[in-house]
Design a protein around this ligand. Structure first.
Ligand code: 5GP
Ligand code: MN
Length: 324
């Protein structure tokens, strides 16, 4: 790990103009990693463009520095990037059109997904709870000085990717990093207020409909959110809430799945497991990726029921091969 980090620091020291890119369908860890790395690089005098080739959901868009720093794809069209750093993305398709620019610059991949395809010139893929923890290490190695703002944006990803310090990826290193960030001004109260205590009422109303559509098949719970269901409450697809954690929380459920229509007939499938089942294997089989307890894929189909059946069957088949 130290040698890869040193190689990354060497690449950064050689250049001035850097693109930092996050993944499509951005989550808290992605936004946090992009922001913390961008702000860190700016503090050491680099010229940085932070880009995500997708819409940012409302609850993250309101987070400090997001609107100011993270721009859409167009912002890099004339930027003479010498180096591109991708964070929290496991494969090239996850960074959208920004991957086209890998032809013209050196590239670094920093990610914590075991399903990573190593698509950069230098790849640091490691088993951290959050990519934001890897950015923290890189910033420290670059001798970036932390203030309250940087500590808070860096803390965001560790909080969200560990489910606010309760998932099985919440190890001692997570708490050490969190303690360091809080000592350096990280504001966990602000993060939990903005992420957990800030739900639009429409999302709760939609949740009633989502529960009405829920099906339980042994230890698998699943449901869907279609564009029609979103339209009923004037919710934009980019702001579509994730209820997959609620399904997993049901007693006796090992795997939870949600099917969310983002564009007509295109579904994002989110999977979570509680204790022993590896959902990333199913995600990879369907062309996606992720972690053993949280993974996903996208699929185009005009037959949602069939997609649901295929996904549930794939999970059941793999379950049978486990020796519990
Ligand atoms: P979510 O279900 O919240 O969208 O994603 C759960 C995890 O799976 C995240 O770590 C996310 O990066 C990963 N993931 C979700 N969808 C995809 C996908 O289509 N491709 C890949 N490679 N990873 C995905
Ligand atoms: Mn992550």
């Amino acid at each position: 790990m130290i040698r890869t980090l040193e190689a990354i620091v060497g690449e950064i020291n050689k250049v001035k103009n850097i693109i930092v890119v996050g993944h499509i369908m951005p989550d808290g860890d992605d936004i946090s990693s992009v922001l913390a790395l961008t702000m860190g690089l700016e503090k050491i005098g680099k010229n940085v463009r932070a880009v995500i080739d997708d819409d940012i959901p409302g609850y993250l868009e309101e987070f400090p520095f997001v609107k100011e720093k993270i721009k859409s794809y167009d912002c890099i069209s004339k930027f003479p990037a010498e180096l591109i750093i991708s964070v929290d993305a496991s494969s090239p398709d996850r960074i959208g059109r920004v991957y086209d620019h890998f032809k013209f610059a050196r590239s670094i991949v920093i990610d914590h997904h075991a399903t990573n395809t190593y698509f950069g010139n230098v790849n640091w893929v490691d088993k951290f709870g959050a990519t934001a923890q890897m950015v923290l290490r890189l910033n420290k190695m670059l001798e970036v000085e932390y203030d309250e703002d940087l500590a808070t944006v860096n803390l965001l990803g560790i909080a969200t990717d560990t489910g606010f310090f309760k998932y099985s990826n919440t190890d001692a290193v997570v708490f050490e990093d969190v303690a360091w960030l809080v000592k350096n001004g990280g504001n966990i109260g602000l993060i939990s207020n903005m992420i957990l205590e800030n739900k639009p009422l429409e999302h709760l109303l939609l949740y009633k409909d989502f529960l009405n559509e829920m099906k339980i098949d042994n230890n698998i719970a699943y449901s869907h959110i279609t564009l029609d269901m979103l339209n009923k409450y004037d919710i934009l697809p980019k702001d579509s809430p994730s209820f997959v954690g609620e399904l997993r929380s049901i007693k006796g459920i090992e795997v939870a799945i949600t099917f969310s229509e983002g564009e007509p007939n295109v579904y994002h499938v989110s999977m979570r497991s509680k204790d022993w089942f590896d959902v990333s294997k199913v995600a990879v089989a369907f062309g996606g990726g992720g972690h053993p307890r949280a993974a996903g894929f996208s699929k185009e189909t005009d037959n949602l029921e069939k997609l649901e059946k295929e996904t549930v069957n794939a999970i059941k088949n793999l379950m049978e091969s486990y020796e519990k």
